[in-house]
Design a protein around this ligand. Structure first.
Ligand code: OFO
Length: 164
C-alpha cells in the first residue's frame, strides 16, 4: 500500500504529464499555423506520448488501490516567437520534468518505497531519452538556421524523428 504522501506526489506528476501533453498540442498548433508542418506533426505525436506517461501513473495508482485525483490542468503557453523558441521551451520543459522525476525517486529511496522506486526507473530512462531528443533538435535548428533554407530543412528533419 502506498503512503498518502506518495499518492499525492504521483497525482501531482500525473498533472505535470497532462500539462506537457497540452503544451505540446499548443506548440504543434503554433507550428502548423506557421507552416512548420513537420514539427507540428512531431509535437502532435509527442503530446500522445505525454498522455501515455500520465496513464502509466494512473495505472500504477489503480494497481495499488490508490486514489487517482485528477486536477485542472493549467493553460499552456500558446504564442511563440520562432521554431527555435518552441524547441528551446520543450527542452527546458523536459529538464523541469527530469527534476520532478528525480525528486520522486529521492523521496521513494528516503522512505524505503522500493516498489515505487522501481516503477519510476522507466521515467528516469525516458527523461534521459527525451532530453537528448529535444537537445538534439535545438542544436539542429541552430545549425540549419544559418542558411536561407535552413528552417525548412530543420522542419523536415524534425519530422524524421517522429518514430523515435
Ligand atoms: Fe516528455 O516526458 Fe513525460 O513529461
Amino acid at each position: 500500500m502506498l503512503s498518502s504522501e506518495v499518492v499525492k506526489l504521483l497525482n501531482e506528476q500525473i498533472n505535470k504529464e497532462m500539462y506537457a501533453a497540452n503544451l505540446y498540442l499548443a506548440m504543434s498548433s503554433w507550428c502548423y499555423e506557421n507552416s512548420f508542418d513537420g514539427a507540428g506533426a512531431f509535437l502532435f505525436a509527442h503530446a500522445s506520448e505525454e498522455s501515455e506517461h500520465a496513464k502509466r501513473l494512473i495505472t500504477y495508482l489503480n494497481e495499488t488501490d490508490s486514489k487517482v485525483e485528477l486536477e485542472a490542468v493549467k493553460k499552456p503557453e500558446q504564442n511563440f516567437s520562432s521554431l527555435l523558441d518552441v524547441f528551446e521551451k520543450t527542452f527546458a520543459h523536459e529538464q523541469g520534468i527530469t527534476k520532478s522525476i528525480n525528486n520522486l525517486v529521492e523521496h521513494m529511496l528516503a522512505h524505503k518505497d522500493y516498489a515505487t522506486f522501481n516503477f519510476l526507473q522507466w521515467y528516469v530512462s525516458e527523461q534521459h531519452e527525451e532530453e537528448a531528443l529535444f537537445r538534439g533538435i535545438v542544436d539542429k535548428i541552430k545549425l540549419m538556421s544559418d542558411n536561407g533554407n535552413g528552417l525548412y530543412l530543420a522542419d523536415q528533419y524534425i519530422k524524421t524523428l517522429m518514430a523515435k
